[in-house]
Design a protein around this ligand. Structure first.
Ligand code: M6R
Length: 367
């Protein structure tokens, strides 16, 4: 059932191009000019009445929600807050009937996420669920459901569910933008065209897996490392860091690149690996100056950057892995893939149980 792969995690990483295609299937108009989310029951009038969005989730789904915040804010210009469900519930969130609450859950059974959904509904808000399990509790109780068609995810470490959640956010962001008229037709068409290219672009990243294996093996000798980035790169840095901790048990921290000098830079010493995400063109210069700060303290920097930016980024890093060029908002759907592979190979190099990491369960049904 692992279809020739050594582990479910690796199989699921390789299933991502299909998961992207299946999650987009039937949801994009044939002329490529609009999205069509027929399953949503919310009306256009309701969409126009939304004043704020709360995205609530746990773990990797929360990290997808961090990207979702940027997607909705930039496409629909509605203010978004993203919270971890176990915090949201207990901080008396200000939920009003004009708040759309989006819960994100692969399993649809995570206790804190389900409780947040109920809390939102109790306060009169509508809930949209992004979930991978059609008949799950979250899917049954939400007012609207966007299913991610990633197929069953067996490995404890979430991979294809996360990237399909990103696709769901892109689709929903475009849906909002179309109703609200916040983006012109050319922008919408451009985003859709770029989304259609993502599956093949992931395939090309997967072809370069051997290079990432080497990176993983060198990282596996270290006790601690850092992931840095700005904007959505920072959101992906957090997901990369969680994945690595979860299955390789190597300590790591994700930092917003500009925050390093406010304390964490003190931890950078000779030889420490830093994985820097550099996919957001308008932030290149800023991130490159942060990379210089860590390099000056002896860090070994592995850069993940857009193809075509090698000349610019290459001289600032020790090693560079190029990611196919896409629109800045879509970059997370590509840049996370090398990070998943690095975690996988690091876990393997250290001889851990990749699919069943210690202390963790696939579905967390306790609070
Ligand atoms: O099923 P859910 O998406 O609600 O699960 C949320 C988290 O427990 C989950 O994403 C967890 O963080 C993963 N094991 C991370 O790989």
């Amino acid at each position: 059932e692992k279809a020739g792969f050594d582990h479910f995690m690796l199989k699921e990483i390789y299933e991502q191009p299909k998961a992207y295609r299946d999650t987009m299937l039937g949801r994009i108009a044939e002329d490529g000019k609009s999205v069509n989310l027929k399953e949503l029951t919310m009306t256009a009038d309701y969409v126009k009445s939304i004043r704020k969005v709360h995205i609530v989730a746990c773990g990797t789904a929360y990290h997808a929600g961090m990207v979702g915040k940027t997607v909705i804010e930039s496409l629909a210009r509605i203010p978004v807050e993203t919270d971890v469900a176990s915090e949201y519930r207990y901080r008396s969130p200000i939920i009003t009937p004009d708040t759309l609450v989006i819960v994100v859950s692969q399993s649809g059974e995570t206790a804190d996420t389900l409780a947040a959904l109920r809390e939102a509904q109790r306060n009169g808000a509508r809930v949209l669920a992004i979930t991978n399990v059609v008949g799950s509790s979250v899917a049954r109780e939400a007012d609207d459901v966007l299913v991610t068609w990633a197929g069953p995810e067996i490995a404890v470490a979430s991979t294809k569910a996360y990237t399909s959640q990103l696709i769901a956010f892109y689709l929903f962001g475009l849906h909002l933008a179309t109703i609200l008229g916040t983006k012109d037709e050319a922008t919408v068409t451009g985003l859709i065209a770029a989304m259609n290219e993502l599956p093949e672009q992931v395939e090309s990243i997967l072809e370069n897996a051997p290079v990432l294996k080497q990176v993983a093996e060198s990282i596996s000798h270290h006790k601690s490392l850092f992931f840095i980035g700005r904007g959505v790169d920072y959101a992906v840095a957090q997901e990369g860091s969680l994945k690595l901790k979860e299955i390789s048990y190597i300590h790591s921290e994700a930092y917003a690149a500009g925050e390093l000098k406010h304390g964490t830079l003190a931890l950078i010493e000779d030889g420490i690996p830093v994985i820097a995400l550099v996919t957001q063109e308008e932030l290149y210069e800023k991130t490159l100056s942060n990379i210089k700060e860590v390099k000056a303290r002896g860090a070994h920097v592995f850069g993940l950057a857009n193809a075509g930016s090698e000349a610019e980024v290459g001289k600032s890093v020790d090693e560079l892995f190029a990611i196919p060029k896409t629109l800045p908002l879509l970059a997370p759907a590509l840049s996370v893939v090398p990070l998943q592979l690095i975690s996988y190979y690091a876990s393997l190099a250290l001889g851990h149980d990749v699919d069943k990491p210690r202390n963790l369960a696939k579905s967390v049904t306790v609070e």
